[in-house]
Design a protein around this ligand. Structure first.
Ligand code: SAM
Length: 184
């Protein structure tokens, strides 16, 4: 099952940090692609740099799209499911098993500012992580966790130049087959 994220409504500069974090969650949890409607080359190059150093679990990339509506319509045309994260939706735990059981590819839409009402109608499911205002980064992470059932925490990242050796008290990194104990 391929999972893509569509970020709608990124406000240049103001939302840069949040969108970078949406990208980091998507990448580290094994999504395939983040579609963005507004160009910010800094976010793309940050993620390219992270991929280059820390490797690939899913060939994650960022793609800039001109028209979010076409991205949604094409996704549906190709048989994929579209879910939109919003506090007005159905509680994630009441609907997630239906979505997972379909085993279709999933496009997850997250907003920044107010999302156009058309998105609610075009989406197959409007899903809430509690019906309270939340953070899109957190909502995305929780929904992905429900879909991947925790397996996303143990992904293998190929072609990594750096790999962390988990440690209780130290910072240990494997670089070019050498173990480095970095400064705390
Ligand atoms: N103020 C904006 C509005 O009125 O629509 C929403 C801002 S909110 C921080 C940004 C995004 O976070 C939303 O578009 C939605 O995707 C996500 N979000 C916020 N609360 C959520 C919730 N309870 N469940 C799921 N997603 C949520």
């Amino acid at each position: 099952m391929n999972i893509a994220v569509l970020r709608i409504g990124h406000r240049l500069v103001r939302d840069d940090r949040t969108t970078t974090h949406v990208a980091l969650v998507s990448r580290s949890f094994g999504c395939n692609i983040l579609y963005m409607t507004d160009v910010n080359d800094d976010i793309k190059s940050t993620i390219d740099d992270v991929n280059n150093r820390w490797g690939y679990a899913s060939n994650f990339k960022i793609e800039i799209v001109k028209n979010w509506r076409n991205t949604i319509l094409n996704w549906k045309k190709n048989g994929g499911i579209v879910i939109h994260l919003t506090m007005y939706g159905l509680n994630v735990d009441d609907i997630i098993s239906k979505i997972k059981n379909s085993s279709n590819d999933i496009l997850i839409i997250v907003g920044a500012e107010k999302v156009p009402s058309e998105v609610y109608k075009l989406s197959d499911y409007n899903i809430a992580v509690s019906n309270q205002p939340h953070s899109e980064i957190s909502a995305l992470a929780i929904v992905l966790d429900r879909i991947y059932e925790g397996k996303q925490l143990k992904l293998n990242f190929e072609s990594a130049k750096m790999k962390i050796i988990p440690s209780i008290k130290e910072k240990i990194i494997e670089k070019n087959n050498y173990l480095c104990n970095t400064e705390l």
